[in-house]
Design a protein around this ligand. Structure first.
Ligand code: NAP
Length: 308
């Protein structure tokens, strides 16, 4: 076993689908243990909780927190106090204010706190950012619509306070938006649709802008059936830029320039290894702030109950 020894905490869908293969494929990092109440991985030490992992587990250098956002802060505190580097799945927390003490604790402990935004590592995001840096941007439209029953089956936490509802995928769009646009953005209005039996929205329409008055509209919907949309469309003086498939495809003025497979989590783990080598933190809260402001400013309407 060599390099950074990491334990995954919260062994659910994203841990299995992305973290395990990405760790296996990244030089300088090894999966050393799993902490999850109900799930384990054959051949690896298993603990029910992060406290048991830190007390009784093998020597580790880092944890990747893949639990729902509502429980991650306390887990991050425990890991940082034990001297471990911490990778946070997105969104970095259930609240914006819980991140400041975590950042301070990481600095005090001289450990890395990495708030991941996996969508920023999609292959077309960096080329889109570079292209837009040279253009006048006139208008942005985001369409992020997916079928919650396909992508989040049985995930009750998503509908509870702090679970974000449709903002759980929507924040991925906002993480791309805040990376590719050259200016700082803010929310001016939002309309949130809450199922009558849920504490989190199933759909949201958000209006944003920057200090130049750029019109930005985002439509998030969890009720999409049939074709799914993960698109960002930017009108510019050089033609229309379309980022689609969640950032895997880039077309400009109708011509496809990038179309590449998803290697987002490889990029995340490469960056985590680099950060941990110098105990540097990387925490950008701008996507979470936009979501928080959508909740602050948003008008609310109640829609039909959601049953999984
Ligand atoms: P998930 O399938 O529900 O997995 C999370 C795991 O955390 C659960 O299997 C559960 O394992 C554990 N857990 C749940 N509630 C807990 C609690 N109260 N205390 C401690 N552990 C708890 O969810 P997921 O889809 O993997 O999502 C996890 C995070 O990754 C979310 O923030 C999500 O936004 C992010 N993410 C998800 C995706 C995706 O496509 N699903 C993509 C990118 C990022 P045990 O029961 O074994 O403890």
């Amino acid at each position: 076993m060599s390099g950074l020894r990491v334990a995954i905490v919260g062994f659910g869908k994203i841990a299995r689908d992305q973290h395990v293969p990405a760790i296996a494929a990244t030089p300088g990092i090894t999966l050393a243990a799993v902490a999850s109440r109900n799930a384990s991985l054959s051949g690896l030490p298993h603990f029910a909780t992060i406290e048991e992992l830190l007390r009784d587990g093998p020597e580790i250098d880092a944890v990747a927190l893949c639990t729902p956002p509502q429980v991650r802060c306390q887990q991050a505190v425990a890991a940082l106090k034990a001297g471990k580097h911490v990778m946070l799945e997105k969104p970095p927390g259930a609240a914006v204010t819980e991140l400041d003490p975590l950042i301070a604790l990481a600095t005090e402990q001289r450990r890395t706190l990495f708030a991941t935004w996996h969508s920023r590592y999609a292959p077309a995001v960096a080329p889109a950012r570079a292209w837009l840096a040279e253009r006048r941007i006139d208008k942005v439209q985001i369409n992020w619509k997916e079928d919650v029953r396909v992508w989040h089956p049985g995930q009750r936490w998503i509908w509870e306070p702090g679970g974000l509802g449709v903002f759980d995928p929507g924040i991925n769009a906002l993480s791309i938006l805040t990376r590719i646009l050259p200016t700082q953005l803010f929310v001016t209005a939002a309309e949130l649709s809450f199922p009558s039996n849920c504490a989190a929205p199933i759909a949201a329409d958000i209006t944003m802008t920057d200090t130049s008055g750029l019109p930005i509209a985002a439509a998030f919907d969890f009720r999409q059936t049939g074709p799914q949309s993960w698109d960002i469309i930017v009108d510019t003086d050089g033609g229309q830029l379309v980022l689609s498939r969640g950032g895997a495809r880039l077309a400009i003025a109708g011509k496809t320039l990038v179309e590449a497979p998803d290697e987002e989590y490889l990029g995340l783990y490469r960056h985590f290894v680099e950060l941990a080598a110098t105990s540097t933190s990387d925490v950008d809260l701008s996507p979470l702030r936009l979501v928080a402001d959508a909740f602050l400013l948003g008008s609310r309407r109640i829609v039909e109950p959601f049953e999984d």
